[in-house]
Design a protein around this ligand. Sequence first.
Ligand SMILES: O=P(O)(O)O[C@H]1O[C@H](CO)[C@@H](O)[C@H]1O
Length: 313
Amino acid sequence: MHPDAPLPFAETLSVLQTLVPPKLLSPRVGIICGSGLSGLGGSLKEVVLISYDRLPGFVQSTVPGHKSFLAFGLIGSVPVVAMLGRFHPYEGHKLSSVVYPVRVMAKMGVKNIIITNAAGALNPNLAVGTIVVVHDHIALPNLTGMNPLLGPQIDSSYSRFLPISDAYSRSLRRLVFQAAHQLSLDREALAEGTYAWVSGPTYETAAEGRFLRAAGADVVGMSTVPEVLAAREEGMNVMVLSLVTNMVVIPEGYKSVREEVEAELAGKVTEAVVDEVVSHEEVLTLGREKGDLMKALVEKVVEFIGNGNGGAV
Ligand SMILES: O=P(O)(O)O[C@H]1O[C@H](CO)[C@@H](O)[C@H]1O
């Protein structure tokens, strides 16, 4: 819930003013780096890294593949601020803490936010390594009472009932596909899809994966939606890129144990079935392998935003 304690915006901004050179203090674009994707920080010139523990209101990222630094710098000539490591509710962080950095970005004047994540594929037509340009979400936690916008309004300038059917900016999504064209990426490198937010930290069972797929989701992850909601409440244009790191819904489906045993008893030779499980190491490995592609896309989109393209400001 926000704000169960007054949010320390003034203190955070005052620390930032002392640590960040004036030239970088009004970022045009905010970036959040997903699991294994903090290498995006390597895109920044004249970078200034600020440890989260120096920033009032910030908590620590405790998940491998997430650092705990806020990075200020330039992509081309565009000033940006990037979270090298995000916060997830499953780490024990309150939703108000999870989205606090997004609100700080808004207070610094950020109008466009690019949120990245690692996600599992529910849509069997997606391949591991694909980057999904998210155009919608399904958030069971939101529908059942876990929403970062629950609670008293921060102030009366915020909308009480925020529409989010337009949460994912069409103009920013267009920029990603234009960026992919300029970078000569194969058509298969990018897809469009719906992100399902789950609380984690358990990965989905196969049946849960099928359930989310049947509901219309293409990828699933344990982050992003809280940040999207806060960013929309703050009036930002939002773009989300999900890197498919693993398959959740396996195209071949469930192999019956009864049939396996019956076939063996009938003297037939059966193929050994091994139930595959996902691991965070696998997620991070994919992040490392595809990190450069994500970085190239984000850089290009930031360049476009800097040039005033796409209707985004
Ligand atoms: O969404 P990001 O932070 O990229 O991380 C994803 O990877 C972790 C699971 O491997 C979960 O935190 C999931 O949400």
